[in-house]
Ligand binder design. Structure first.
Ligand code: UTP
Length: 291
């Protein structure tokens, strides 16, 4: 029987140190891209991809995420009383978006460890992992594209993007051959974390979307802490690729690394230019800057 991807895990237990001082009190995942927390972009992508159950891995001091997706009685009552029906719909829309569960990662022991924290909530079925600090503008949504590949090939799927030149060294890089029938698919045999440009096994950088079989949990449990004393998801994925079919998939769309200050600036400009209510005004403003 073919198993449907129903659940998506959002690791959000990290410290977000690259975004200090903003992230001293505010979770990185709650930073706004234009007017919406980056976590909400990921949740909306997952829902639009057919996901029914969102599992957010949180950490100390990050309860703002739970409040965001909860009902805010005072705010809703005030908006209702003042007749602000559009804003009321926005507020209520967020709190009724999806079935969301939370699990705490007591210490930020790495991305692999964060995924492992969701084991009981996921159970023994294939699932998605969405890193909220990768915001992806794509139609159909990136995760939907990946779920289609999972359904067709019956193996785990890692989202990749093609990086020409030395910039590849900033990523986990996929090793494996391009599929003969679909050039967007790679038959993954392994991966190398942040290789030197000359040593990169391909031009396929692994980014923050995964569709995984539940076998990953047992493999992560056996994974020893690697770089920085953290349990790396990459190490678990390497082990998975030794045992099962794992595919790289070059998604169609554009990805923004909003966990990084420059990435957030780029995304802010590009997303603002797409907003009908102020795109024109913003374009004029940018044109008027003496650069
Ligand atoms: P990052 O490495 O980008 O996030 O992990 P970080 O560690 O919070 O940020 P920096 O590098 O210090 O600035 C990608 C995602 O994985 C989560 C993060 O919250 C982020 O959404 N993560 C990372 C965890 O949930 N737990 C961890 O132990 C590490």
């Amino acid at each position: 029987m073919k198993e449907r991807i129903r659940k998506a895990v959002f690791p959000a237990g990290g410290l977000g140190t690259r975004f200090l001082p903003a992230t001293k009190v505010i979770p990185k995942e709650m930073l706004a891209l234009v007017d919406k927390p980056i976590l909400q972009y990921g949740v909306e992508e997952a829902i639009a991809s057919g996901i029914e159950h969102i599992i957010i891995v949180t950490g100390r001091g990050k309860s703002a995420m739970e409040d965001h997706f909860d009902v805010s009685y005072e705010l809703d009552a005030m908006l209702k009383q003042k007749g602000k029906t559009e804003l009321l719909a926005v507020s209520r829309g967020v709190s009724s978006m999806a079935r969301i569960s939370y699990v705490r990662q007591k210490e930020p022991l790495g991305l692999g460890h964060a995924v492992l924290c969701a084991r009981e909530l996921v159970g023994n079925e294939p699932f998605a992992v969405v890193l909220p600090d990768d915001v992806i503008d794509a139609e159909p949504p990136c995760l939907k594209q990946m779920i289609d590949v999972f359904d067709e090939r019956a193996g785990s799927v890692l989202a990749t993007m093609t990086i020409e030149g030395p910039g590849i060294s900033a990523y986990g890089v996929l090793a494996g051959e391009q599929d003969t029938t679909n050039p967007r698919i790679y038959n993954c045999t392994g991966m190398v974390e942040k290789p030197k440009f000359e040593e990169a096994p391909s031009k396929q950088a692994i980014i923050g979307r995964y569709v995984l079989t539940p076998r990953i949990f047992a493999l992560l449990e056996q994974t020893k802490p690697g770089a920085g004393g953290e349990i790396q998801l990459t190490d678990g994925l390497k082990a998975l690729a030794r045992e099962e079919k794992v595919f790289g998939y070059t998604f169609e769309g554009k990805r923004y690394d909003v966990g990084d200050k420059f990435g957030m600036l780029r995304a802010t400009v590009e997303f603002a230019l797409k907003r009908p209510e102020f795109a024109e005004k913003f374009r004029e403003y940018l044109k008027g800057l003496e650069l």
